[in-house]
Design a protein around this ligand. Sequence first.
Ligand code: NSS
Length: 441
Amino acid sequence: MGSPVSTIAEVGKHEGQSVSIRGWLYNLRESGKLLFPQFRDGTGVIQGVVAKNAVPAEVFDAVKGLSQESSVIAEGKVRADKRAPGGYELDVSNVQVIQRVPESDPYPISLKEHGVDFLMEHRHLWVRSPRQAAILRIRAEIIKAARDFFDGRGFVLTDPPILTPAACEGTTTLFPVDYFDEQAFLTQSGQLYIEATAMALGKVYSFGPTFRAEKSKTRRHLTEFWMVEPEVAFADLDDLMELAEGLVSFVVKRCLEKRRADLQMTGRDVSKLETVQPPFPRISYDDAVKMLQEAHKKGALESNFEWGGDLGSPDETYISSQFDRPVMVHRYPAKVKAFYMEPDPQRPELALCVDVLAPEGYGEIIGGSQRMASYDLLLQRIHEHGLPEEAFKWYLDLRKYGSVPHSGFGMGIERVVAWICGLEHVRETIPFPRMLYRLYP
Ligand code: NSS
């Protein structure tokens, strides 16, 4: 095994030379005196050709009948081949089997179709399949792009706590934690804390896991998900919408630049992503309601939407299907939104908030708002929402000492991954999804 090591993604740099590939046996086809093993190493898949007369007998015998996912180091000469998926094949001269998967206990995920429950139960192995690996690479790219976006615009990353004494997004989805002799909760959002760091640093963001004890079993909900949240001092709702469309377009563009092959592997129609460029359409909640009511009249929507409610998922799907890029719906009734949102001075029954809805039925990927700047009104809302004033004393302080208008939003990474990859369900967007009935593996 003296040849230099190469990843499969980079074998093209070694055309005509001998390399060592370190990975796993993905598939094996046998045809008399020729074996066609496919190797994978996490960067790609390459087909090898093992000719009986070109390798020592024990090497041929070791590969013949080798079981799927056995770990190997394969040595051979890189040959360009137009028909090969990655453009290259490997003329194998030697194979060292690191661990042979026993035939009596074969790899459970074969190349044939499996049901989703079975795959979820074997998620620790399922992540090895080329499609799942492609999704995880795209997820990593999206996260990197979001960080680059904020880092490149003068935002400072500040990490909020995960163990918190109070709710941010409603008391019905809190995960309680026994914190010595006190009641604590897993954080639903870093927002309240980064409002404090925004008053210290101006423009900040957080990026971390957040938790919701969602009893809903939908294709958009996880109980543990990752959120990137910017918070900006002196920004108003218009500034916020500009920031949101800038972030989303930046992330999509980066994936098209760097992850096109992976997007194709997931079967994504990338032409639907090419149109994602600013400006995004902005419609008020009032206009959205009109759209929904007209759709109902035309028979395009089953139920008739009444002003005052929050948009449900069929409503979001209908609205977003009217546009070729994400749409921003702003100024919802304050009653259906969180306690911390600034009322619209023109119409105090509305909140200065925005939801960004992704196209093709993906629905809400971003939720944000201008924050309440007045101490008295905030205190009143805390009471109206039945929240414990004690736990929010520090948050009220931010309105006592140099309160300024400020705004921020949260973008759920898994929803964005699902949309960009064109996936049906968020369960494939994170290595180990946590859902209502899923805590294993
Ligand atoms: O509840 S949000 O709409 N808003 C907040 O948490 C604000 N405190 C954020 C802020 O202003 N800093 O959630 C924001 C986004 C939402 O648009 C989704 O993309 C995602 O977080 N989200 C979820 N993703 C997956 N599963 C669940 N359960 C979920 N809940 C929200």
